[in-house]
Design a protein around this ligand. Structure first.
Ligand code: NAD
Length: 341
């Protein structure tokens, strides 16, 4: 709506203003782990810029933040290249069941399906609000860990990750020679509260939310600081792998579980848009009971063969989308249900 109100002669100026704002906020968020504005404000600016770029494609800057993933590598860390890039996820802007419908329609269109074809199978997952990590195992032994960084180059956080107790350092069972397990590093709500209470009593700065506390704790040059903070890891996708691992996303997660990785219990294989929306609503109802924060759910086409067929556009896979929840105060109005958050 904001983008539609911008007259054409003002578009260039407004787009430059939004780009500069988003760049500054991204730097504070991804590099400094210290955001100065709420996520909803960042998302509003992002959506306005995307809408203006769609309305005035000739004015889109080749360095637009909408083409990039995340942030830069913080000074002091060794850089690690990701052979398979670590991407972002497209966010459906409609918080209602229409968001699920829009994603399903896009997938069906991209796969060339018609109304007479059966519904698509999806894997529905929680969208953890933390920091993406890629863990590398060789011959079943943990050898390195890297952050997403800008998607192609991340930070080497191997020593810090070693201090996270739920991450296996040795795999059990039958494992590929090379295996990269990707997932989210998060801080549970109770550990976040305890950390901020400790920071306050020691006169140190407080963290804005568990996401920033997790990122700030993991991206330390001194791993003894990370060791004093309680972090968790949940696996959700496969990176590099030396052999065929599984046929579906849900089977990838099952196999991760059997190899000893923590995987969220709340996940579901469904067919079609209505079942996606049902998962979105069911998760919202139990969100307050989770030990960690989530900012939505993620839908993924379950067949890895279809995922490969769908591929990527710019920074986002076309086979997945994030369906977020509105900021807390707007929840009851938008979804018309009473929830505990
Ligand atoms: P994103 O967080 O919206 O989505 C991509 C990420 O989701 C992945 O990299 C992964 O880390 C995570 N994820 C969680 N659960 C997952 C699952 N089950 N499967 C796959 N991935 C999963 O994208 P982004 O580019 O990392 O961040 C953008 C968001 O960050 C914005 O929407 C905004 O809310 C926030 N942000 C805020 C500020 C600020 O100043 N407040 C600045 C920059 C970004």
């Amino acid at each position: 709506a904001a983008a539609a109100a911008v007259p054409p002669e003002k578009a260039r100026e407004r787009m430059a203003e939004l780009e500069a704002e988003i760049e500054r906020w991204s730097y504070e968020y991804y590099v400094l782990d210290a955001p100065s504005v709420p996520d909803a404000e960042y998302d509003r600016a992002w959506n306005e810029l995307e809408a203006l770029e769609a309305r005035f494609p000739k004015l889109k800057s080749p360095t637009s933040p909408t083409l990039r993933v995340g942030g830069a590598v913080r000074e002091g860390f060794r850089k690690v290249s990701h052979k398979i890039p670590m991407l972002s996820i497209h966010t459906e802007t409609d918080f209602s069941s229409e968001g699920a419908k829009a994603f399903d329609e896009r997938v069906r269109h991209d796969l060339g399906l018609t109304e007479s074809d059966p519904p698509v199978e999806y894997d529905c997952e929680l969208k953890f609000d933390g920091l993406a990590l890629s863990l590398r195992y060789e011959s079943g032994v943990f050898v390195s860990a890297a952050t997403r960084g800008d998607g192609s180059v991340g930070e080497d956080v191997t020593e810090n990750v070693r201090t996270i107790r739920s991450i296996p350092l040795k795999l059990s069972g039958k494992y590929p020679q090379v295996l990269e397990v990707r997932g989210e590093c998060i801080m549970h709500k109770k550990d976040f509260e305890a950390l901020n209470a400790r920071q306050e009593s020691e006169g140190e700065k407080l963290f804005a939310n568990p996401r920033n506390a997790a990122a700030g704790s993991l991206r330390q040059l001194d791993s003894s600081i990370t060791a004093r903070r309680t972090l968790h890891f949940y696996a959700y996708s496969l990176g590099e792998c030396s052999e065929h691992f599984a046929d579906t996303q849900s089977a990838v997660l099952d196999r991760f579980e059997s190899l000893g990785f923590p995987v969220a219990k709340m996940r579901r294989v469904v067919h079609g848009a209505e079942a996606l929306a049902q998962f979105h609503e069911d998760v919202l109802r139990m969100r307050g009971d989770l030990p960690f924060e989530i900012d939505g759910v993620v839908y993924k086409v379950n067949s890895l063969e279809l995922e490969a067929e769908l591929g990527f556009i710019a920074r986002e896979p076309r086979w997945a989308c994030a369906h977020k929840y509105p900021p807390e105060e707007a929840l009851t109005q938008v979804l018309g249900i009473d929830v505990q958050v």
